[in-house]
Design a protein around this ligand. Structure first.
Ligand SMILES: [Zn+2]
Length: 61
């Protein structure tokens, strides 16, 4: 048994555990949701910082 990465409660991690390493489907979705939130946030910031004005210039007629 190890702690669920989402809620910290003991989670079943043996082969038959359907939601390993999480304790439940709900915790798995919560963790996936927060991961996606981070994944969307990071590219949005870097795209703005690495190409200043380039995307805007391409859209202008
Ligand atoms: Zn959990």
């Amino acid at each position: 048994m190890r702690a669920c990465p989402s809620c910290g409660r003991p989670a079943e991690t043996r082969g038959e555990a359907p939601h390993a390493p999480f304790c439940s489907a709900r915790c798995r979705l919560i963790d996936l949701g927060s991961w996606l939130d981070e994944a969307y946030r990071i590219p949005a910031e870097t795209a703005e910082g690495t190409t200043p004005g380039e995307l805007d210039a391409r859209d202008e007629p």
